[in-house]
Design a protein around this ligand. Structure first.
Ligand SMILES: [Zn+2]
Length: 412
């Protein structure tokens, strides 16, 4: 026998072995019958079930997938999905029962065990069993250290219990394994967690530690506005007004569209140093840099009101209104000024013209992740718990449509 033939024969044997192995995988002996495992995926129940799942018809999906599971009782994935669907439908105990019984199966691989535990963790979380969901997710990360979904859930559980240090450690773990593209998002979340740590230190009276955390937050992401505000507050409490001002003024450079959040603080700090014109200068600077800045106009107007320059103030409020006709704060400011000016008829007419096409609504901030609406700018969404996802939604004149487009794009 020559070498070529030997090789061919051994290759053939190998291929046969593989084919038999495949067949073995595919057919399982059950109750004295050979069952084709592939049949389950070709069964109309399975396909219908998935279709209902896609179109979010959970009850029908459960019905079809239960029938499909009947064709092949050992199929892990269908039982996992069914359990998840029960959870989604709010039948948490049924979901827990289903997933727990899967965990009892012998010969589960570590990966399969991790998947089942992940689902179980989500069941417990949904049912409000914090400790047990925590245990389940921790166990997942033990079996599968890089499991991002488990890590994310652990992070959120820590955040819900205000365990910022632990949440930070997990986010750091996620950041270490993330690709470069995800880096800015991780940095930004780490920065918000540092800010929470700073607040915690502040509550414990540890100013130096608080400063350290806020500074670290700003190093990670200079646009972490609460960290800037809080850092300045610590310096103010230490009577270091100049330092506080310089921290707050940095927001004008890093995130000018959010600098209004520091207006009250800055106005007070300038006044305490006797710098009477500086706040007006700052507002003018912002308006020059961004002619659509209605908040700087509103604040400058209110600044003038406090100095009894009512007509100057009213002009600024009118300009502000052109750029955001739906801000109730502007309308209130206008009515107050109009009252001070004895409802001068020509000014009232001007107001009526400006508001002619305005539609009022109260909740202009919207979460770009889950569309939760809020009257105030929130740093963490109460619905989806994501950080820094709120943008201001406004109906604006045609030439000022950029912000609305941003929201739509971000929501896609
Ligand atoms: Zn949200």
């Amino acid at each position: 026998m020559d070498d070529t033939l030997t090789l061919t024969l051994s290759l053939l044997a190998l291929l046969l072995g593989l084919a038999i192995g495949k067949a073995w995988e595919r057919y399982k002996l059950r109750d004295g019958r050979w069952i084709d495992r592939r049949r389950i995926q070709e069964s109309p129940h399975y396909i219908l079930g998935l279709n209902f799942l896609v179109s979010n018809q959970i009850d029908l999906a459960i019905e079809e997938l239960t029938k499909a599971a009947g064709l092949d009782a050992p199929a892990l994935e269908i039982h996992l999905i069914l359990g998840n669907l029960y959870r989604e439908r709010g039948q948490v105990s049924k979901a827990i029962q289903m997933h727990q019984s899967l965990l009892q199966r012998p010969n589960l691989t570590a990966m399969e065990q991790a998947y089942v535990l992940l689902c179980l963790g989500l069941d417990f979380k949904r049912g409000g069993f914090v400790d047990r969901s925590f245990q389940a997710f921790s166990e997942v990360t033990r079996l599968d250290p890089g499991n991002q979904y488990a890590l994310l859930n652990l992070e959120k559980l820590h955040e819900e219990q205000q365990q910022w240090q632990e949440a930070h450690a997990i986010r750091q773990r996620l950041a270490d394994s993330a690709s470069d593209g995800e880096r800015p998002r991780d940095q930004s979340i780490l920065a918000f967690l540092e800010n929470e740590l700073g607040l915690q230190s502040g509550r414990e009276g540890l100013s130096d530690q608080a400063i350290h955390h806020f500074e670290r937050a700003l190093e990670l992401d200079s646009r972490t506005i609460p960290a800037s505000l809080n850092l300045g507050d610590v310096y103010m409490s230490q009577k270091n007004t100049r330092k506080a001002i310089s921290i707050w003024e940095q927001i004008l450079r890093t995130a000018p569209e959010r600098s209004y959040l520091a207006f009250d603080r800055l106005e007070g700090a300038y006044a305490s140093l006797g710098q009477t014109t500086r706040f007006a200068e700052l507002c003018r600077q912002l308006i020059d840099a961004n002619p659509q800045d209605w908040r700087a106009r509103l604040s400058l107007g209110q600044h003038f009101v406090s100095r009894e320059h009512s007509s100057q103030a009213l002009n600024l409020f009118f300009e502000s209104l052109i750029h955001n006709p739906h801000a109730l704060a502007i309308h209130q400011a206008i009515w107050r000024s109009l009252a001070t000016l004895d409802f001068n008829p020509s000014l009232v007419r001007r107001y009526i013209e400006l508001t002619h096409d305005a539609v009022f609504y109260l909740d202009p901030h919207v979460c770009i992740r889950c569309r939760y609406r809020s009257t105030e700018l929130l740093w963490q969404c109460p619905q989806c718990h994501e950080w820094n996802t709120f943008v201001e939604e406004r109906i604006a004149p045609a030439e000022d449509a950029t912000e609305d487009t941003d929201i739509k794009e971000a929501a896609v």
